[in-house]
Design a protein around this ligand. Structure first.
Ligand code: FE2
Length: 374
């Protein structure tokens, strides 16, 4: 292991053709300030806004983009808005992983017929730029998936949003796309959600890791990676496994109060430049011991990047049959130890850094211990 269990581009018919992640929407306590963070750290540009100034009375939303990455940060303006309950319970977090579809009605019909719980039936939104159709189904915890059909729309994002002036605050750092989005689920629940993505969404098992792959002296977890038919969307699902102490997944579940998005991996074409810039902007990353780099070339062989540079920044490397990949993990980006980011550069490898799991989880445990949560 890891095993590529099934080729993602399957020949059987895909009842839910998904073109990619359309947007990731976060519910946050203060969207204006969160947007400032994402603009100045990750360099995502503010492209659209919706709120009182655009005729929306109950919430404000900021759309941030770079290349294929689109985040929406939303905040309620009153305590009785349903968004407020989500934030009260979970803290800031991901509510919606939306996917672009050709036909929204069909996506909703196919998934609900296979057992998905509908959160919002197909709806049409229109303005002078055309029409968008959306519908949503429940995923793990309070997380949902919205199907977005936007082929008949020319506007900046969705009806109700207004384009914002060119963002002079956001300086790009080379981010290109969302590589994968990881969900943490409860004890014994991984296979339930693996079945959900397989049976309801038509995904297939891409790779899997058991507690022997992902364990340290103290804690363990299990993970299965689900991918859609065209392989553009990858959702690893983690569950905690028995260990001598509390696993990082348990810590997450305790502070998020249930399943939710653990990390989003953002792809870059030059991880050294991206991470140098992020560290200069104050983003905190997990660190492995320097001995990791002493053993690096013996483990992964020749790589293009200078090891001294990777060591200075704390970037990790792993290799499989197809090539190698470079990755690094931020510390949680909010006070609850919940959501964090991964930066990843792929050089042939399509896997997830199994060779780094042990060093990485030991680094996470040091952080957990510092928070009194190990
Ligand atoms: Fe990851």
């Amino acid at each position: 292991m890891p095993q590529v269990a099934e080729q993602a581009a399957s020949t059987r018919s895909d009842f839910l053709p998904l073109q990619g992640v359309d947007y990731v929407e976060f519910y946050v306590g203060n969207a204006r300030q969160a947007a400032h963070y994402y603009r100045t750290s990750l360099g995502l540009a503010l492209t659209a806004y919706s709120g009182p100034e655009t005729g929306v009375r109950e919430r404000a939303s900021y759309v941030l983009q770079k290349d294929k990455i689109r985040f929406v940060l939303s905040t309620p303006l009153r305590p009785d808005h349903p968004m407020a309950a989500h934030i009260h319970k979970h803290g800031d977090g991901v509510r919606d992983i939306a996917m672009e579809v050709e036909n929204c009605e069909q996506a909703w019909r196919e998934t609900t017929a296979r057992g998905a719980r509908s959160v919002r039936g197909p709806e049409e939104m229109r303005d002078e730029n055309g029409v968008v159709r959306v519908a949503s189904i429940a995923a793990y915890g309070d997380t949902i998936h919205t199907f977005v059909e936007r082929k008949g729309y020319r506007g900046v994002f969705l009806p109700g949003y207004r384009a914002t002036p060119a963002d002079v605050l956001a300086r790009p750092i080379g981010l290109k796309y969302i590589d994968h989005i990881v969900g943490n689920v409860g004890w014994g629940e991984m296979n339930k959600y693996v079945d959900f993505y397989r049976d309801v969404m038509g995904f297939s098992l891409y790779q899997h890791f058991d507690d022997k792959d992902i364990s340290t002296e103290y804690s363990a977890l299990m993970s299965k990676v689900m991918a859609n038919g065209n392989g553009r969307i990858k959702f690893p699902i983690n569950e905690p496994a028995e260990g001598r102490k509390k696993s990082q997944i348990e810590e997450y579940l305790e502070f998020y109060l249930g399943p939710g998005v653990q990390h989003i991996a953002l792809g870059t074409g030059d991880i050294i430049a991206t991470v140098s810039e992020l560290q200069g902007r104050g983003m905190d990353f997990l660190r492995v011991p320097t001995s990791y780099y002493d053993a690096l070339e013996a483990r992964v062989g020749k790589i293009d990047e200078p090891v001294s540079e990777l060591a200075k920044l704390g970037i990790l490397v792993d290799r499989d049959d197809e090539g190698y990949m470079l990755q690094i993990f931020s510390k949680p980006v909010e006070d609850r130890p919940t959501l964090f980011y991964e930066l990843i550069q792929r050089k042939g490898s399509r896997s997830f850094g199994k060779g780094n799991f042990k060093a990485l989880f030991e680094a996470i445990e040091r952080e957990q211990a510092a928070r009194g949560n190990l």
